[in-house]
Design a protein around this ligand. Structure first.
Ligand code: HEC
Ligand code: HEC
Ligand code: HEC
Ligand code: HEC
Ligand code: HEC
Ligand code: HEC
Ligand code: HEC
Length: 293
């Protein structure tokens, strides 16, 4: 996706991105559904008058980012955590002084511009007075469907991208452009670090379900792209009768497949993620499942 945004800077069309409001005129159902997702709300102008931008849906947390002076931005030291309904240090800020971590816009590989790129749609620009300006806040239509101005003018299937046509590996790569891509053989990742469990494509790529499904199982099998509940009951499509031998499993009536095979991982008390390395976990272990075959 980041490579894709850079390409957009170089195209001849000055406004290849139409914005979701334009898509809405013909695709109201998708627009209405998608507007309620964490994606759509991943970035907003802050509503409190004290900060510039609010990052985070806030399904998990909200982190504020503001312009200071010159080309300096600050990621504020305290974030709001939804799980605990309280302020606590932003991840990585525990030992940092107020106001928080400072970033220069114009630095090599500018980290602060990258925050905006993953949390917004279209090109990110910088105004003459050094304000960062995303073309559309939040992860909206054209992140997944590509620049849509030409399609909106002359709708056809051939001038708009559709990730519904990608196979499982391609979806991993695509969603991984923001959620982090699987490494070629997985060895560069520390799977014992709970912070890495938020990189779902990496963990998912290690699971037997993914590896042995010949591209049929992808993020989109469980996550409807325009919102709606996770399809957590789809395990049965491939595992109609799982072979549960141990008495503990048989006795655990009422527990969901997910609670045992995609356990919750808490890198800090305020944040919880689901382990996407679907597997058989030894008691007390939530990160790396038992290695089979
Ligand atoms: C003027 C009406 C109109 C606008 C505006 C419009 N679309 Fe479409 N879109 C259509 C029509 C009509 C089709 C079906 C085309 C066909 O079947 O040949 C379509 C098809 C699609 C498809 C399915 C393509 C496929 O693979 O089958 C996607 C995805 C899509 N539009 C996304 C978008 C997005 C994103 C935007 C905003 C950037 C947008 N559309 C704006 C009319 C529109
Ligand atoms: C442009 C970057 C980007 C791309 C590409 C992207 N996402 Fe996301 N996604 C995000 C961000 C940012 C969030 C965090 C939203 C928040 O909580 O603020 C997120 C959150 C989510 C969530 C969590 C919703 C929740 O309730 O916690 C799911 C599920 C998700 N993405 C799935 C996908 C899938 C599937 C794909 C590929 C089809 C994808 N994403 C592609 C940036 C992206
Ligand atoms: C490579 C893309 C990428 C970059 C760069 C990025 N984010 Fe995110 N961010 C994401 C994704 C994807 C999620 C969703 C994580 C999840 O729910 O699993 C997310 C989630 C969040 C959340 C919700 C809390 C959470 O942990 O889920 C906040 C707040 C946030 N990001 C702020 C920021 C800030 C501030 C920066 C810059 C310092 C930044 N992000 C840089 C992709 C990115
Ligand atoms: C996270 C990625 C993602 C985002 C964001 C997204 N879409 Fe889609 N969209 C998809 C995928 C994947 C499909 C294919 C669904 C399928 O085949 O079941 C799709 C399919 C479509 C289609 C074809 C008809 C259908 O519903 O299957 C239209 C039209 C469409 N999207 C419009 C939009 C519009 C408008 C927005 C913004 C409001 C949007 N999409 C945002 C991923 C996304
Ligand atoms: C698209 C089909 C598909 C779906 C959907 C699917 N799996 Fe799997 N799963 C597989 C395949 C294929 C294997 C490998 C079987 C083998 O090696 O014989 C597997 C293996 C497993 C294993 C054994 C893991 C190991 O390391 O040996 C478990 C546990 C499992 N799946 C649980 C689940 C659960 C729970 C869900 C729902 C959240 C699910 N699967 C969804 C296809 C799927
Ligand atoms: C087998 C089903 C399944 C597949 C495949 C799957 N997910 Fe999930 N995902 C879930 C479940 C279940 C949750 C927990 C939902 C909840 O707690 O409401 C979840 C949660 C998430 C979240 C929220 C943060 C977290 O970790 O709990 C994100 C982001 C996410 N998935 C992204 C992805 C991406 C990206 C892919 C593809 C690499 C993917 N998922 C593939 C079932 C799946
Ligand atoms: C209480 C925890 C627990 C629950 C709930 C649970 N499992 Fe399991 N599962 C296990 C354990 C432990 C094993 C290893 C075999 C054993 O000890 O019975 C296993 C093994 C498996 C296997 C590998 C054996 C095989 O059939 O190939 C699959 C697939 C599987 N489970 C799928 C599921 C599905 C689907 C659900 C939901 C309907 C589910 N499990 C619910 C704990 C659980």
């Amino acid at each position: 996706m980041l490579a894709f945004l850079l390409v957009a800077f170089a195209t001849a069309d000055p406004a290849p991105y139409a914005g979701s409001a334009v898509c809405r005129t013909c695709h109201a159902a998708q627009y209405d559904a998608q507007s309620g997702t964490a994606h759509a709300r991943a970035l907003k102008p802050a509503a409190d008058g004290k900060h510039d931008w609010a990052f985070g849906a806030p399904v998990h947390a909200t982190t504020w980012v503001s312009k200071l002076d010159g080309d300096l931005y600050v990621e504020h030291r305290l974030s709001y955590y939804t799980l605990t309904k309280a302020l606590a240090p932003t991840p990585g800020h525990g030992d940092k002084p107020e106001p928080g971590v400072l970033y220069r816009i114009f630095s090599p590989g500018s980290e602060i511009l990258r925050c905006f790129q993953c949390h917004s749609t279209g090109t990110v620009s910088v105004t003459p007075d050094h304000r960062i300006q995303p073309s559309e806040p939040g992860v909206r239509c054209e992140v997944c469907h590509g620049p849509g101005t030409a399609h909106a003018k002359a709708p056809s299937k051939t001038n708009i991208a559709n990730p519904g046509r990608y196979n499982g590996g391609e979806v991993n790569q695509f969603c991984g452009s923001c959620h982090r891509k699987p490494t070629p053989s997985g060895e560069a990742t520390n799977f014992h670090d709970p912070w890495n469990a938020r990189h779902q494509p990496l963990f998912f790529a290690e699971s037997k379900c993914f590896q042995k499904s010949a591209g049929r199982l992808s993020c989109l099998t469980c996550h409807p792209p325009h919102g709606g509940p996770v399809k957590a009951d789809m395990c049965a499509t491939c595992h109609a009768k799982p072979r549960h031998m141990s008495a503990t499993v048989t006795a655990a009536a009422g527990r969901t497949c997910i609670s045992c095979h995609m356990p919750a991982v808490k890198p800090q008390p305020e944040l919880s993620f689901s382990n996407h390395w679907i597997g058989i976990f030894p008691r007390g272990e939530t990160l790396v499942p038992r290695r089979t075959r």
